[in-house]
Design a protein. Structure first.
Length: 282
């Protein structure tokens, strides 16, 4: 990107962003992740693999605008329109950087991580952090990639509480083209897999904390589309028949917060539990 093309203001930044749709946001709320295939340019992917670094260390809580210097790999990655738009849609303008990391798995090396959720238990019902995961090369099944459990993000656990589980029905072992970016909710159950290939595997990760209320930050023109409700009602094969309703309940609560629609519900679960009659019997 040339100097004259560089965004120079908040308004200019918005012009360079591709915001998520309501359907995409609903899919994120249901699945706990959002995948953008092959959105990062090839030259940026090649640089990421050559340097194996995002840039200088960023201290916890650094505002995004001050986190990475102009021209740095991370700065240019976050200026990719689809990436910038997804980030704004999920956590809003000027989030803070929680931490970043580069994960490298050598050929035929590394043990599979235990299934886990990052950091300590986090039960916020009205806010969430997101983690960006950039895969600069094609990831094959043999290379391992990141395993995640769709729809697990609202089933709160503390770090490796789920570590005893080896495989769950419906788990997703990432296979993707080069330049893919995945955004995940901070609570999703996941783990890096062994690299059983002859190629080094790279993954670049940044966690972001919102600084604004996460309400209607995306393109809401399709908010009333039937596809939104269909996405929010998606179920996954690891859900227990009855206890899986807890995920629908928690999704409804989160969607209420994200949209400001305090009457929204899936199958009457939140409406029933929120019933607090104030009238006195005569």
């Amino acid at each position: 990107m040339s100097e004259e093309q560089q965004p120079t203001s908040e308004a200019d930044m918005e012009k360079h962003e591709t915001l998520l749709s309501s359907v995409q946001m609903a899919q994120f709320v249901a699945r706990g992740s959002l995948r953008l295939d092959a959105v990062v340019p090839a030259e940026l992917n090649a640089e990421a693999m050559a340097t194996s670094a995002l840039g200088p260390h960023v201290a916890y809580g650094t505002p995004l605008s001050k986190a990475y210097p102009d021209g740095s790999l991370a700065k240019r990655l976050l200026e990719v329109p689809e990436v910038a738009g997804a980030l704004r849609s999920l956590v809003g303008p000027e989030p803070t950087v929680d931490h970043d990391a580069v994960h490298i798995r050598e050929p035929r090396g590394g043990a599979a991580q235990s299934l886990h959720a990052d950091a300590i238990i986090d039960v916020r019902p009205d806010a969430f952090d997101v983690q960006l995961m950039h895969y600069p090369q094609e990831v094959t099944l043999e290379m391992g990639g990141t395993l995640s459990v769709p729809g697990s993000h609202l089933r709160r656990v503390n770090e490796t509480d789920t570590g005893r589980y080896q495989n769950l029905l419906g788990q997703d072992r990432l296979v993707c083209p080069a330049g893919t970016v995945v955004f995940v909710h901070h609570g999703i159950w996941h783990g890096g897999r062994r690299n059983d290939s002859d190629s080094t595997r790279y993954m670049f990760k940044i966690r972001f904390n919102p600084t604004v209320r996460q309400q209607r930050l995306w393109d809401t023109t399709d908010l009333d589309s039937p596809e939104v409700l269909a996405a929010l009602g998606e179920t996954f094969s690891w859900y227990e028949q009855a206890a899986g309703r807890l995920e629908l309940y928690n999704r409804s609560l989160l969607w209420r917060e994200l949209t400001g629609d305090q009457g929204f519900d899936l199958d009457y679960w939140v409406t029933r539990v929120a019933n607090r009659p104030q009238m006195e019997a005569i």
